[in-house]
Design a protein around this ligand. Structure first.
Ligand code: NAP
Length: 251
């Protein structure tokens, strides 16, 4: 009861990257219902971002949207400055933006490698570095990185993606140790397969084959990840963990 009361009054501020679609958009919707102040970052999908904002504003939620390519340090700075201007502080950072690529290792170009590492790994470095001084200053904060099962197990024909996500896992663990004494928690969620546009290239028969490999026999939904994000924000004693939500695909 105490906690519910506090949640409705506190209005903590969350910045979430790449939240115009898929998992990020679902996290936004769930956290908005919990009355967080939200800054939704998008890059290309402006219409989708505006639609989410419009829907939530109608429900009297506090949400701002901001276009930034988080693979670029300068644009990350602008995103954080914008958030501070709107909401004065940042309590939670969710590094969710990501791209995927399926290619034979021998076909990977330098451009593919660089784009993947910049978008899926350097973005996490930039966002954490820009936000941490604020969190360290108030000795409170929560960072959640959306990684992937492939960062743990490695995915065939997804070497660039697996490498970047393994980097996210390493960053998560090391940073958790470094900023724990400042009361900042850093965790990652490593989803298995979740129903979003990222997997739209899979045929029905490929999806069925994957389902057969998953003990719970189904593909996850964005809400499965959003619920874990909410729990990680509320919990106060979990840090440095890579939580794989995958239906038992990898145990
Ligand atoms: P999605 O539906 O393809 O959405 C990706 C999001 O990332 C979009 O909102 C996109 O924004 C944003 N984004 C991409 N590049 C960006 C950039 N440079 N700057 C800012 N935003 C950028 O993918 P999703 O499935 O929701 O994936 C979300 C996260 O979960 C990713 O990190 C992904 O690796 C991870 N994940 C997904 C799965 C899965 O099965 N779906 C499994 C494991 C991990 P715009 O459209 O506005 O550019």
């Amino acid at each position: 009861m105490e906690e519910v009361k506090e949640k409705n009054i506190t209005n903590k501020t969350v910045v979430i990257t790449g939240a115009s679609r898929g998992i990020g958009a679902e996290i936004v919707r769930l956290l908005a219902m919990e009355n967080y102040n939200i800054v939704l970052n998008y890059n290309k999908s402006e219409n989708e971002a505006k639609q989410i904002q419009e829907d939530l504003l109608k429900q009297n939620k506090k949400i701002e949207i901001f276009k930034a390519d988080v693979s670029k340090r300068e644009e990350v700075k602008q995103l954080i400055d914008f958030t501070l201007k709107k909401f004065k502080t940042i309590d939670v950072l969710i590094n969710n933006a990501g791209i995927s690529q399926t290619k034979l290792f021998t076909d990977i170009l330098d451009e593919d490698w660089n784009k993947m590492l910049q978008t899926n790994l350097s973005s996490v470095f930039y966002c954490c570095q820009e936000v941490l001084p604020i969190m360290i200053n108030k000795k409170d904060g929560c960072i959640i990185n959306i990684s992937s099962i492939w960062g743990i197990t490695g995915g065939s024909c997804e070497v660039t993606y697996s490498t970047a996500k393994a980097g996210v896992n390493g960053l998560t663990k090391a940073l958790a140790k470094e900023v724990g004494p400042s009361n900042i928690r850093v965790n990652a969620i490593a989803p298995g397969i979740i129903k979003t546009e990222m997997n739209s290239y899979l045929t029905e028969s490929e999806k069925n084959e994957i389902k057969e490999e998953i003990p719970l026999n189904k593909i996850g939904m964005p809400i499965d990840i959003a619920k874990c994000v909410k729990w990680l924000i509320e919990d106060k004693y979990t840090t440095g963990q890579i939580i794989s939500i995958n239906g038992g695909w990898y145990i």
